[in-house]
Each structure stands twice: as C-alpha cells, then as structure tokens.
Design a protein around this ligand. Structure first.
Ligand SMILES: Nc1ncnc2c1ncn2[C@@H]1O[C@H](COP(=O)(O)OP(=O)(O)OP(=O)(O)O)[C@@H](O)[C@H]1O
Ligand SMILES: [Mg+2]
Length: 231
C-alpha cells in the first residue's frame, strides 16, 4: 500500500487521559499512526507506555479521550461484543512473551483467529501455512510451540498477528525476551509487515536498537508524548 495514497490514518488517539491515584500517566495524549508507518513509543519503565498501548488497542478503556481505527471513528463508544469483533478484524498483537496453545501445532495456533471468526479449519490452516512460509517457518509449521526457540515463536506470533489482515499491529516490547540477532530479525520482519502489508505498526520498546530503525520515535514522559525523532 502506498502511504501517500491512504486517505485516513490507521490509528488516531486524541486527548487520552489516565490517572492512577494522584499520578497522571496519560495527560491529554495525541497520537497519529499512518498506514505503512512504523512508530516507536519509548519512555522509562512505569512511564505509561503499556497503558497507552492498551487504550489505543481497545483493550483497556482510558478515563478520557477518543481512539479511531481507520473508518471506526470512536472505538470506545462501541460495546461488547462489537469492540471485540472490530478489534479482531482490525488489530494484530505481538507481545513480549507470545502465548500459544501448547496442544495445537504452530500452524493451528496461527489459524486460531480465522477459525474463531468462522473460517473452515482447512482453509484457515492453509492461510496460516502461507504466512508461516513468509517468515521462514514452513519447516516448523506442524511442530508444537514448546519445541520452538524464543525467536521462532516471536516470528510465529507476527504471522498470527497478520492472519486477519489487520490495518494496525500493536507490539509491546516485542524484542524484550530476545537476544540481539533474533531481535534484529523480528524488527526487520515488523518493518517488512508495514512495507508489504501496509499496516501501521506501533512498537512500545525500551530498546534503542529497535527504535533507531523505526520511521518515527515518540517519548512518553510525565504523561506527555514528545516527538523524539520526526520522520
Ligand atoms: N491498573 C492499574 N492500577 C494502578 N496503577 C497502575 C495500573 N496499571 C498501571 N499502573 C501504573 O501506571 C504506571 C504506568 O504503567 P505502565 O505499565 O503503562 O508502564 P510502562 O511504561 O509500560 O512500564 P514498563 O516499561 O515497565 O513496561 C505505573 O506506575 C504502573 O504502576
Ligand atoms: Mg509496559
């Protein structure tokens, strides 16, 4: 997808606010993520990065502000089950410790979101295998997750994040549990996801070797989001 041709951003957060006790963790935060853009959010431990990601991803409602995903203007005005259904078709997730179902093969794990959404298991499995192939994991598709390395599992979790063709990928410390070479591999795959699939990728990270590769870097500090490095 060509970024310049995209009419609306993949993700917009406006005036996001969240306090815990006396402390304002998000103090009127604005953020825009374009389709095909890879954006890093950095900041000290406890600065509120995960709180921000959960608010933007429709996972935990902030006290104030609005979130838009492409054509969905006000995500937090949706109720269950709509918000879950829209999230499932719009957002992919890559977390520090990817959770897999141990008694399903890697391909079956990647296929789960499709099956849950009503696809035939055979079709879902085929789509999963195609995605795993793009991440160099074909030989491991029929293995069980417990036999994969941390880096392999993280690449499989990127494949799983893409299986519903999401327009936004949310990543919370995706390289936090990986060594340097696996970390580099995962970041290059995320950059490829933005370039080839046109998804907006938001990466929360404290790892400078990750954020140097991102299109733009924002720093969360005392509830405010500051541009650390522009595009
Ligand atoms: N449900 C909650 N109740 C009370 N305080 C919370 C809650 N969730 C988060 N906090 C506090 O809000 C602050 C921000 O937390 P958050 O997890 O967003 O930080 P973070 O930047 O992701 O940190 P890290 O880099 O360590 O993952 C922390 O001080 C945390 O203790
Ligand atoms: Mg966090």
């Amino acid at each position: 997808m060509n970024r310049a041709s995209t009419a609306s951003p993949a993700l917009t957060g406006r005036e996001l606010a969240q306090s815990f006790g006396e402390r304002s963790v998000l103090d009127g935060v604005d953020l825009t993520l374009d389709c095909g853009e890879v954006l890093a959010v950095v900041g000290m431990s406890g600065s509120g990065k995960s709180t921000l990601l959960y608010a933007l991803a429709g996972l935990r409602q902030p006290e104030g502000g609005t979130v838009a995903w492409g054509g969905h203007a006000d995500v937090w005005s949706l109720r269950e089950p709509e918000i879950t259904l829209v999230r499932r078709s719009t957002c992919g997730f890559v977390f520090q410790f990817p959770a897999f179902l141990d008694d399903l093969t890697v391909a079956a794990n990647v296929a789960v979101p499709l099956v849950v959404s009503g696809d035939k298991p055979r079709d879902a499995r085929e789509r999963a295998r195609q995605l795993l192939d793009r991440f160099g994991l074909s030989p491991l598709a029929e293995d069980f997750p417990s036999t994969l390395s941390g880096g392999e599992l993280q690449r499989a979790s990127i494949a799983r994040a893409l299986v519903m063709d999401p327009s936004i990928i949310f990543c919370d410390e995706p390289t936090g549990a990986l060594d340097e070479s696996n970390s580099e591999l995962v970041v290059s795959e995320l950059l490829r996801v933005a370039a080839e699939f046109g998804a907006g990728v938001l990466i929360v990270t404290h790892d400078p070797s990750v954020w140097v590769k991102c299109d733009r870097v924002l720093r969360l500090d005392e509830g405010k989001l500051i541009e650390e490095r522009a595009a």
